[in-house]
Ligand binder design. Structure first.
Ligand code: SF4
Ligand SMILES: [Zn+2]
Length: 491
């Protein structure tokens, strides 16, 4: 957390401006140009589509941004009235809540500022304040009550005449306003905020927890941070001239399929649901979720073959039977079996490492970490309907395992090295295999380094992420946004 301390910071070599990585940013800027500057929507959309303005934007993201901006302007034409007959004036930049404490409060902070992200409007008579939060699509996560309360509180604090405060979402993909998340008078807002908003804010401000990941890319406090261990050379690349970014094995996989696909997925553009959620992928996800929930629920009790599954989402049809059989097999190799008392367990922890040689934040989420006599053991689980686990024989097909070998082999998690190992659990309907990898084996280390370097090298030098149309287009979840996608019938 920032407490007015600004460390001396060496940003390294000057780099080319990076492609815009937050795909709602150009949408917001284009809407500002129309609503604040009075530009014609057709001109703004043309500039957005051609890349003439709004920053270096990938062609696929531009396509998305034009779609989203056009949808918003169709739903809320500038200067028009909405379906309730209210005419609105935009408030740009949006509202911000400030509070000063003299002397500083018990945390030692004298100045709080909370900005609400979204499009802010005041009715022309000033009696209604509304915030519309653009989201990618209606399939996104639900807002929490705390988020609604804080947003409503900031919106209510922005004027003495306000009588009604509204919070709603706008679904950019579908081009429609979400239902009202909140509507109330300023007095009601204050109660709502006191009840749920303020405690949530206090817990954020008081928290000393580290949540490494995407924010580490731009964080000025990263040097020496406990949440982001330095791991120079983890990816095997010596080049700090590229934009600082995050990388995970999933990025590597998507990039290998098509550079544009990686960029468009990383930009969180809406994906084709049917392709994203194939029955087999869902089965794997359901099993992972079950194991995660079950292990957390009874960490002291190993899984038994006849247990009721704790599905977060139950697999469909034929995949359900296969999944139930796989769970029976899991019981035999459950990592909780034989775990000594006092062993530490970390369930799907989000880990990040700063490869300072490549200037990349490497993100990884092991399925489970546990300690064996003071050494870290890294467990990954794979599921397959195949009769054997031969498909997972080479490290080339197991980049997560390769990365795990490198992380444990460098002792980036600390602990004793003697029992440290990587485990691969392959669940099949008719059996299970548990393989172990010694992260200190020189041969394995070399193989792992080669696998990761091959996966990351081209990605690291790439600053354009051009589409590579080919057979992959047929199963590409982001083809809708891709300017070069092969027609479905020829892909
Ligand atoms: S549609 Fe084809 S070219 Fe476009 S991003 Fe997807 S795989 Fe790449
Ligand atoms: Zn288990």
């Amino acid at each position: 957390m920032r407490r007015g301390i600004w460390p001396e910071f060496d940003p390294g070599p000057v780099k080319k401006p990076e492609l815009v990585d937050f795909a709602l940013q150009p949408v917001m800027e284009a809407l500002d140009s129309v609503e604040r500057d009075g530009e014609l929507p057709a001109d703004v959309l043309a500039d957005l589509g051609s890349g003439g303005r709004f920053g270096p934007i990938h062609r696929g993201v531009r396509r998305w941004a034009v779609h989203a901006t056009r949808n918003y302007l169709a739903a809320y034409p500038p200067g028009g009235t909405d379906s309730d007959g209210i005419s609105w004036a935009p408030v740009i930049p949006g509202w911000m809540y400030r509070r000063r404490f003299i002397p500083p409060d018990r945390r030692g902070i004298g100045n709080y500022r909370i900005r609400v992200w979204g499009r802010c409007y005041r009715s022309l008579d000033g009696r209604v304040h509304e915030i519309r939060v653009p989201t990618y699509s209606s399939a996104g996560r639900e807002r929490t009550k705390a988020e609604e309360a804080v947003a409503a509180f900031i919106v209510a604090s922005a004027g003495a005449d306000v009588e009604t405060v509204r919070v709603r979402e706008f679904y950019c993909l579908e081009g429609k306003a979400g239902h009202l998340l909140y509507e109330g008078s300023p007095a009601e807002v204050v109660d709502f905020h006191r009840e749920v908003g303020a405690p949530a804010l206090a817990s954020v401000v008081n928290s000393t927890e580290y949540r490494p990941g995407d924010p580490c890319v731009k964080c000025r406090y990263r040097v020496g941070c406990r949440g982001l261990p330095a791991a120079p050379g983890l990816l095997g690349i010596e080049d700090r001239r590229r934009p600082r970014r995050t990388w995970s094995v999933s990025n590597g996989r998507y990039y290998r399929a098509c550079p544009a696909k990686d960029h468009l997925r990383r930009s969180r553009l809406p994906t084709a649901w049917k392709l994203e959620r194939s029955a087999a992928a869902e089965r794997g996800r359901s099993i992972h979720d079950h194991l995660h929930v079950r292990h957390r629920h009874w960490p002291g009790v190993p899984c038994a073959p006849d247990e009721e599954p704790m599905w977060t989402s139950e697999p469909d049809g034929a995949e359900l039977d296969a999944a139930l059989l796989m769970l029976r097999q899991h019981a035999e190799v459950c990592p909780l079996r034989g775990l000594p008392t006092g062993a530490e367990i970390r369930y799907e922890p989000s880990l990040a490492f700063d490869d300072t040689n490549a200037d990349v934040v490497v993100k990884v989420e092991p399925d489970l970490l546990y300690t064996d006599r003071g050494s870290w053991v890294w467990r990954e689980v794979k599921t397959t309907r195949a009769a054997s686990s031969r498909g997972f024989d080479s490290l080339e097909s197991l980049p997560q395992i390769a990365l795990a070998v490198l992380v444990l082999g460098r002792q980036l998690l600390g602990g004793d090295r003697r029992q440290s190992r990587v485990e691969l659990e392959v669940l099949r309907p008719n059996g299970v295999d548990l393989r172990q990898f010694d992260p200190f084996s020189r041969e394995l280390q070399q193989e792992a380094r080669d696998v990761i370097r091959r996966l990351v090298t081209d990605w690291h030098r790439d600053e354009e992420f051009a589409p590579r149309p080919g057979p992959e287009c047929a199963r590409c979840e982001v083809r809708r946004w891709c300017p070069d996608a092969l027609p479905e019938e020829s892909a």
